[in-house]
Design a binder for this molecule. Structure first.
Ligand code: 5GP
Ligand code: MG
Length: 175
């Protein structure tokens, strides 16, 4: 595996994103909605750097099978009540943008008083939507990455760094 962002780089990027979020909301209460499962590591690190009164909830989506993009499913059963709340949606990566677009729409229907989004990564040149998340820690090239919450068939989420998955790694994982 080729390391793209090591622990120090990830921490610095998340710290800077937290600074921007703290600056945007000040002491206003905020509800975080994390998109499972890829955002769990980012959420754990980010929420501890946020200073406003914070509620933390999750919504579940999935779209990838291996490294292939598939059909998106959303399960919002576990989501907090967000009507009238300031909501910040958190995801691991903005690739085509379709996941956050659909989750954003679903949340808007529930009537939050404001809605922004934050992602660890934006994959350069892959977007199929005409907007970008409000907070982005890193732009990365169009390669399939794992670690820091991101998986390949549910493996590698626990890597403390972000790495590009190479064909040899795929062979080992699938074996
Ligand atoms: P989008 O809907 O923006 O195309 O894709 C977003 C979702 O696809 C992310 O939340 C993530 O779960 C998954 N995804 C997109 N690119 C990658 C990648 O390079 N590696 C991994 N592990 N997941 C990805
Ligand atoms: Mg995801």
């Amino acid at each position: 595996m080729k390391i793209l962002l090591d622990e120090k780089a990830l921490n610095d990027g998340v710290q800077e994103m937290a600074r921007q979020i703290n600056e945007t909301y000040g002491n206003q209460p905020l509800t975080i909605v994390g998109v499972l499962t890829g955002s769990v590591v980012l959420m754990a690190d980010l929420i501890r750097k946020l200073k406003m009164p914070l509620r933390v909830g999750v919504v579940q989506t999935s779209s990838y099978k291996g490294t292939e993009r598939g059909t998106l499913t959303i399960n919002a059963e576990m989501m907090l009540d967000i009507t009238g709340q300031d909501v910040l949606l958190i995801d691991d990566i903005f690739d085509t943008g379709n996941t956050l677009q659909e989750v954003t729409q679903r949340i808007k229907d529930l009537g939050p008083s404001s809605l922004r989004s934050a992602v660890l990564l934006l994959k350069t040149g892959c977007q199929q939507v005409d907007w970008r998340p409000d907070f982005i820690a890193f732009d990365i090239p169009d390669e399939f990455v794992v670690g820091y919450g991101l998986d390949y068939n549910d493996v590698y989420r626990n890597l403390p760094y972000l790495a590009v998955l190479e064909p040899a790694d795929i062979a080992t994982t699938d074996a």
